[in-house]
Design a protein around this ligand. Structure first.
Ligand code: PRP
Length: 203
């Protein structure tokens, strides 16, 4: 009689790896659990209100896609894309708006959706910029935070995971526009960005 082959256990996990990744910091499961918890808190805090989700391109789009599907409150989505004028001027908060909002934020509850807060410059100046347009409120939700790198005051009202000062990629975060599609947050191997004139100063 043929011996029955036992099926692969349903819990068997696909090994998380990529040749350019030194270490996986946060698995897709851990990220998903935090996204769910953040959305649950926001559903509670904004009950009876409509929010406008302002996604900061491009890194935040993966988080936005997961996060907004956990929201039960009414929401609309819009996008901004900012670029700093360069390392020397970015500390003074000089940004070029590559794409501005299509929606008006006047008298509306704005929730800025970020993948990561690093130096804090983007968040700080985006809050300032949007606050000048007379919204009902402006708050920030960020799935990752690197508080050790702050150059200016910036805080997520809803914060996912604090991450160490490592070159992290995945779940929307890139190096040279790559790795955004990795389903986990991982640390890039230093040899991938070695040989550049200056070390990368990116999240
Ligand atoms: C990243 C990230 C945040 C910003 C945070 O965007 O998505 O928007 O940097 O950094 P900060 O706190 O130092 O301002 P990036 O400019 O790399 O563009 P991207 O999202 O298109 O990758």
């Amino acid at each position: 009689m043929k011996k029955a082959v036992s099926p692969r256990p349903k819990t068997a996990k696909k090994k998380l790896q990529h040749p350019d990744i030194r270490e996986v910091l946060l698995t897709p499961e851990k990220i998903a659990a935090k996204v769910k918890a953040l959305a649950a808190q926001i559903n509670k805090d904004y009950a009876g209100k409509e929010v406008i989700l302002v996604c900061v391109l491009k890194g935040a789009l993966v988080f936005l896609a997961d996060f907004m599907r956990q929201l039960t409150i009414p929401c609309v989505v819009d996008f901004v894309d900012w670029s700093s004028y360069g390392a020397s001027t970015s500390s003074s908060g000089v940004f070029r708006i590559l794409r501005d909002l299509e929606e008006s934020v006047e008298s509306r509850h704005v929730l800025i959706v970020e993948d990561i807060i690093d130096t804090g410059l983007t968040t700080h100046y985006l809050i300032k910029h949007l606050s000048g347009r007379n919204p009902a409120s402006v708050k920030v939700v960020a799935i990752f935070d690197k508080p050790s790198r702050r150059k200016i005051e910036a805080k997520a009202d809803y914060c996912g995971y604090e991450v160490p000062d490592e070159f992290v990629v995945g779940y929307g975060l890139d190096y040279d526009q790559k790795y955004r599609n990795l389903p986990f947050l991982g640390v890039l191997k230093p040899e991938i960005y070695a040989g550049r004139d200056t070390p990368p100063d990116k999240p």
